[in-house]
Write a new protein. Structure first.
Length: 449
């Protein structure tokens, strides 16, 4: 938490006043600035020339209309966003989210987090994020295509290989990226593969990009457990969500000897004490785009489907929340600690409330934040950009090897930075400080821009 006496407090207050009602953005800024006072004490020059104020103000925020026609011939209107938050280290980079909850504050929180996450990868990437308040659930493939085309009809003027490179996020997977890349190509008459990542292999995508966030999370987690002499083998895990991040986290955990017993979607969760059958989850979610309740229907009475409780009531030793922000509350944290949790890594962006994080830290649970744990997705997007620029295609194994090295480096950087600043084992401070230093130095070297 922020020390009231330090010089960051007035900056934080000013940010709250200038960004009224953007509660997720406030939460993210509070968390990052809350870690910075030891760095500013050692390096007061990082606060010179209003560097922190500039860091918390996006370079550019674009809000636009997305008109499109549904299958009944009705005109629908959604709102689109792209926030180009900081390009000191490279072109802005961050995903697009299609979900009815999307608003400017959520996109700003995600874009702000992305700056530090991208810095932690050590790659030349700035931070940004975008999306729309469009709900893809229940929409036909044709409707999704028309929506993506209309979205890109505006977005294409603001992005580019050297400016801003979007990717997927909640509600945006390979299919949607394909529709958007198709529309970009049509509008610009350029086969500019470096303009978007998460493409399929036919259009310059990278092997392992689909798996990268989930696999990367597990590589990080494994290394974190090892710092206390634990291993993954034999652990009992819960992974919330059943989308891209959750599916490939579960798949990798299972391959390393973990029993994953529960996962969820926004309607409810399943508990399979025999261990989740990940191929069945993939079939239900990726092929049939159906609800997780289907899993219980197909498996019969050995599986419980629960719609009126929290998934975190189920006892486990490790947890990787991988659905959405603030999905895990203080009550959930208390229950998890009581039930014997030893470690939690955030697969999603900011899935734990600040109160929940505090409870984990007080209880001595190993805890790592999303900006470190889920950085494998953007890191592999950077590998996709490298392959596009050199017109190469690496094998799955080469790409996954690169990913695992990057995740181990991110882990070690966070761990060592926390030690260096006298907060051993505090991955939140380690990630925020290490990411901040890299961005601050890049910003300083560019002058006041
Ligand atoms: P997907 O759209 O593939 O899956 C999201 C999952 O979370 C779905 O199971 C969805 O259920 C569930 N979910 C979404 N909103 C809610 C909600 N309000 N309450 C409960 N469950 C919800 O998204 P991703 O897997 O790509 O993203 C998950 C998280 O990981 C997000 O925080 C994202 O920002 C983060 N992330 C993703 C990366 C990537 O490479 N994809 C990279 C880094 C971070 P339902 O189908 O019912 O909506």
């Amino acid at each position: 938490m922020l020390n009231n006496k330090n010089k960051l407090t007035p900056i934080l207050n000013q940010i709250m006043q200038r960004n009224v009602g953007e509660k997720e953005f406030h939460q993210a800024v509070h968390e990052v600035l809350g870690s910075l006072s030891p760095v500013i004490t050692r390096h007061p020059e990082y606060a010179d020339d209003a560097l922190i104020e500039r860091l918390c103000e996006p370079e550019r925020q674009i809000i636009f209309r997305i008109p499109w026609i549904d299958d009944n011939g009705q005109v629908c209107v959604n709102r689109g966003f792209r926030v180009q938050f900081n390009s000191a280290l490279g072109p802005c980079k961050g995903g697009l989210r299609f979900h009815p909850s999307v608003n400017l504050g959520i996109i700003k929180f995600l874009g702000f987090e992305q700056i530090f996450k991208n810095a932690l990868t050590g790659m030349p990437l700035g931070g940004g994020k975008g999306g729309a308040d469009f709900d893809p659930r229940g929409r036909s493939a044709r409707e999704i295509m028309r929506f993506c085309q209309s979205f890109m009809s505006e977005l294409h003027r603001h992005i580019g290989e050297y400016t801003d490179v979007p990717a997927g996020d909640i509600g945006v997977g390979g299919r949607e990226i394909g529709y958007m890349f198709g529309q970009f190509k049509r509008l610009t008459n350029r086969y500019e593969t470096g303009v978007i990542t998460g493409k399929d292999l036919l259009h310059g995508g990278s092997h392992a990009r689909t798996e990268a966030t989930g696999y990367g999370a597990v590589y990080f987690f494994e290394r974190m457990l090892a710092t206390r002499g634990h291993s993954l083998e034999g652990q009992r895990a819960i992974v919330s969500g059943s989308g891209n991040v959750a599916i490939y986290t579960i798949q990798k955990l299972i391959s390393l000897g973990v029993k994953v017993i529960a996962c969820s979607d926004s309607n409810g969760f399943i508990v399979d004490e025999a261990g989740i059958d990940i191929d069945l989850v993939r079939k239900i979610k990726e092929q049939h785009r159906s609800r997780i309740s289907e899993y219980a229907k197909l498996k019969g009475s050995s599986v419980k489907y629960v719609a009126d409780r929290s998934i975190w009531d189920v006892p486990c030793t490790i947890a990787i929340p991988s659905a959405t922000q603030n999905e895990l509350t203080d009550d959930d944290a208390r229950t998890l600690v009581k039930n014997g949790l030893i470690a939690l890594g955030e697969g999603a962006n900011m899935p734990c409330t600040p109160e929940a994080v505090h409870i984990f830290q007080e209880a001595g649970v190993l805890f790592a934040p999303g900006k470190a744990v889920n950085a494998g997705g953007v890191a592999t997007s950077a590998l996709e950009m490298q392959q596009n620029a050199s017109r190469e295609r690496w094998t799955f194994e080469e790409t996954e090897n690169n990913l695992s090295k990057i995740m181990h480096n991110i882990h070690d950087l966070c761990y060592e930075t926390a030690e260096k600043y006298d907060m051993p084992g505090n991955y939140i401070s380690g990630a925020n400080i290490a990411g901040f230093i890299r961005v601050a130095e890049a910003m300083q070297a560019l002058g006041v821009v």
